[in-house]
Design a protein around this ligand. Sequence first.
Ligand code: PLP
Length: 388
Amino acid sequence: MVRINSRIAQVTGSTTLAITARANELKAQGVDVVSFAAGEPDFDTPDYIKEAALQAIKNGFTKYTPSSGTEELRAAICDKLKRDNALDYKPAEIVVGCGAKHAIFNAVMVLCDAGDEVLIPAPYWVSYPEMVKVAGATPKYIQTTPASGFRITPVQLQAAITPRTKLLILNSPSNPTGSVYSRAELEAIADICLKNGLYVISDEIYEKLLYTDAPFTSIAALGKGIQALTITVNGMSKAYAMTGWRIGYAAGPSAIMGHMKNLQDHSTSNPCSISQKAALAALRAPEDGIRAMRDEFLVRRNLMMSLVDGIPGVSYIKPDGAFYLFCDFSKFGPCAEVAKRILNEVNVAVIPGDGFGAEGYLRLTFCTSQERIREGVRRIKEWIARSI
Ligand SMILES: *Cc1c(COP(=O)(O)O)cnc(C)c1O
């Protein structure tokens, strides 16, 4: 038997894979499957972004770039962070990676060592704990509940800190819950981080998909002290419907970013040169196009909520951001089993919550048309009527 690196050996594969594989199998047999499983916008990448990529190819912009991204793209990211987030960064404090996931991975690798503890509010995005394990550090979960809107409280955060705690991974708006922290809540969290010298990775990938009137707050914008402890991560995937292009970025103190660049120098090198030109066009353009996508997500969210309200025994917390309705199906059995049965018996693909640290829940995405949302929820309702 091959002996595998001990840190890699404890990494678990994607829990969503089994459902997706089965859904594809059914589709291949000609079954009409409604998918609420996707973790990406169903919209096409806007034309002005594609056009910039075609130009990049025609102009021969097809070679290596600096490994942390071109100077012009990092400058455009600084402009964006200034404009949208009231954050001051210099291009040298930006590392562009192959998606926000890659930026988070590199940040975790640079910050964490064996023995370090990393605080992860649960439910969490599935990749955070696995990244922490690859770094040799230990994930420690802070359990949130529907009663707190799936947000950690300052008391919980303080109680979770030990002398080994190195880092907190925040994700607002959240995948899978859609919860969003208010400015006041972030201020309380920032105070505790400052007092304890705790670093923060702030995953802001759903920043543009917000459904309340309150403006988005980046935790790093709350003061110079917390900015010095924070790595702000964002990217193109969710807001610009660019999941396949693989462009994300991190902004943080140069002492940390220099090491992220070094790590990238010897692993991926630069993210795709063509995608970098596309990202530049996306960041420089007016936001009308992406606002239209957000408006459609809002309509779909409201539709899905009103339909799920009609299913007895299922509850959820209204998501203020992202594109997921995270529903409590615990009355109907273990969530992996429920998801499998819903797929096999009424052909709707949903993601079980156990991979997100939330047994009993199912994640339903509204990244599909209003018509498919009506059909999918109708089928789930029928399944429940049949099985109780
Ligand atoms: C989709 C997602 C990302 C990463 O997206 P990339 O495609 O790697 O840029 C990061 N965090 C969360 C919570 C996500 O849902």
